[in-house]
Design a protein around this ligand. Sequence first.
Ligand SMILES: [Zn+2]
Length: 422
Amino acid sequence: MGAIRGVVSLVVGAILATALVAQQSGPPGTGGADQTGQAGRGRGGRGRGNTIQIPPKGECPPGTTEVRPQTCQAPEFPPPSIVDYRPHSTLVADAHPVPKAKFPAIDIHGHPRGLLSSAESLASLTASLDTLNVRLMVSADDGVSGDRLARVIGMIRGTPQRDRVWMFTSIDFRDVGRGWAERAVRQLEADVKAGAVGVGEISKSFGLTIRKRDGMRLKIDDPDLGPVWDACARLNLPVFIHTGDPEEFFRPIDYHNERWLELSLFADRRYPSDRFPSFDELMAERDNLVKRHPRTRFIIAHMSWYAADLPRLARLLDTYPNANTELGAILYDLGRQPRAAHDFFVKYQDRILFGKDAFEPEEYPYYWRVFETRDEYFDYYRGYHAFWKLYGIDLPDVVLKKVYFQNALRLTPGLPQTGWPR
Ligand SMILES: [Zn+2]
């Protein structure tokens, strides 16, 4: 796995390096690589004079690529930047788009945001969900509790769409210190009375940026929070928690970083080690939390950002029977390893929940297509995430039903339990 990943990142790195040298180079036609002073004169692919030898396992210099073993060459034409290189695939492959899920789905990771502001906007939300066969959305917006939560639930229950959207409540992690837990538990009990069916999404700021009353970083496994997690078990609520972000966001932003483009586009996705805990530190704290509260059911968002390392996710699920996982926003990692992902879903079919995260109706069909078909080599919906194509993982119906709705129903007893296919 590590070796394969190394090779892939080397190739991607070489492409990026080539592209970036071009961006920085002079007028068109001068050959991007000339500026490195290393890569010949950009005279085309035939001659021998413009190649560079590298040692075994060496890396080609910037602006060049490996054309034969240990032989690097600069392209004759100024290479496009990675944002401009958009080759059209010549592969002729069967395509089976799936506009509607095969079975009714529960989106456990909904962010309807403004769409819960009125009965009219709710009606437009559920009309979109109908076209996708998403029967229920769980609103996992952070920061909704108390009066606001009760108001939104009251609005939903007063409409014909009353059973289509369900609310998770939020924990206010500000000002953790003496007396905090008692207040938080009281609020939680009130929110459950108002109709909340779970807790979350606990946002990534928990662990990354939130501070305690004393100014120290609030660690995910801070013992002051313990009474709240125990209350979730007592109240029979799942805890939906997002920790960290893709591991590449915590790494140096160099040309070996698989998310270089995304990191260059979005400054708020960078977590330099001098200002943030490391990825592994966050994961260890989260594991500790799950371990210390074995009776609390956790739904770990985004497959814990382990979807590119399914063996690691398997270890997490094997170690903690109270851990479950949700698959929002990591489809690009599942779809690039269709056989491993298929086997993982079959093995852990009782532990995986469908969730979409950002509410963009036109993006859901990519999920259905990956889960339900054997299609090959098709695009993900965000080019800056994935310099690769997706493949269908062709899940059997019994697994689809669990992932789409049965697991969510089991873990969230407050959701309507009847009227689902068998
Ligand atoms: Zn979310």
